[in-house]
Ligand binder design. Structure first.
Ligand code: SF4
Ligand code: SF4
Length: 209
């Protein structure tokens, strides 16, 4: 399908261009409850609630008591703020991306002075949250691909609160909205040069170095 080329979107009015037998896809009672709860939160708090509040309301209505936060170490302050808010009514477990401290050399990954030597470990983040028994996991700033592995391996359903975009203030849609940025997209990327680049890591910045 190429819905992005569709002009009138008749499906929105209840006139599908493609006949599907989709209702049985939601026969699983948990899937059905998630689908309905997401729609209820959307409808009832439309433009009233921000994403954090929507996430909490969704969790309340699903009856979740134990929430997980899978965060990037660069978001440790935000993870603490989020956990503090959630802990008012949920049990919260969090696991940072560097848990276990696997060296990047183990996997032959690119190493540069402006990032640490320890690999992200998203499958372990998922495993630990499963061991903690979290019922719903929140992703906070995991990298492209690391998030994919977390989504793939998380035992509990996952929602994303923040996607990482180091260049655009974690707001990747700016690249689509803003023609100045958009016109640059898709060009061959230049690797960051070793010479003349600051060698401080985000963790150095977080620690005031
Ligand atoms: S009617 Fe809806 S589903 Fe069909 S092409 Fe248009 S946007 Fe896609
Ligand atoms: S994995 Fe361990 S060392 Fe790393 S942030 Fe979490 S508690 Fe700290």
């Amino acid at each position: 399908m190429k819905c992005h080329l569709c002009k009138d979107n008749p499906c929105y009015e209840g006139n599908p261009c493609r006949k599907t037998d989709s209702v049985p896809l939601y026969d699983d009672p948990v899937d059905r409850k998630i689908l309905k709860t997401a729609a209820d939160v959307e409808a009832l708090f439309y433009r009233e609630a921000c994403r954090v509040d929507e996430t909490m309301e969704f969790a309340r209505r699903m009856g979740y008591r134990s929430l997980g936060i899978a965060f990037c170490l660069g978001f440790i302050k935000e993870a603490g703020i989020l956990a503090g808010i959630l802990e008012g009514e949920f049990h919260v477990h969090s696991v940072c991306c560097k848990v276990g401290s696997i060296e990047k050399s183990t996997f032959g990954m690119a190493e540069r002075p402006w990032i640490g030597k320890v690999s992200c470990n998203p499958i372990e983040q998922a495993r630990i949250l499963a061991e903690e028994g979290t019922e719903f996991n929140i992703v906070l700033g995991l990298c492209v691909g690391h998030d994919s592995l977390f989504y793939k391996h998380s035992k509990a359903p996952v929602t994303t609160l923040v996607v990482k975009d180091r260049k655009l203030g974690h707001n990747p849609v700016a690249a689509l909205y803003c023609p100045y940025i958009r016109s640059e997209l898709g060009r061959p990327l230049k690797e960051r040069p070793l010479e003349g680049s600051s060698a401080s890591t985000v963790v150095d910045h977080l620690r005031g170095k």
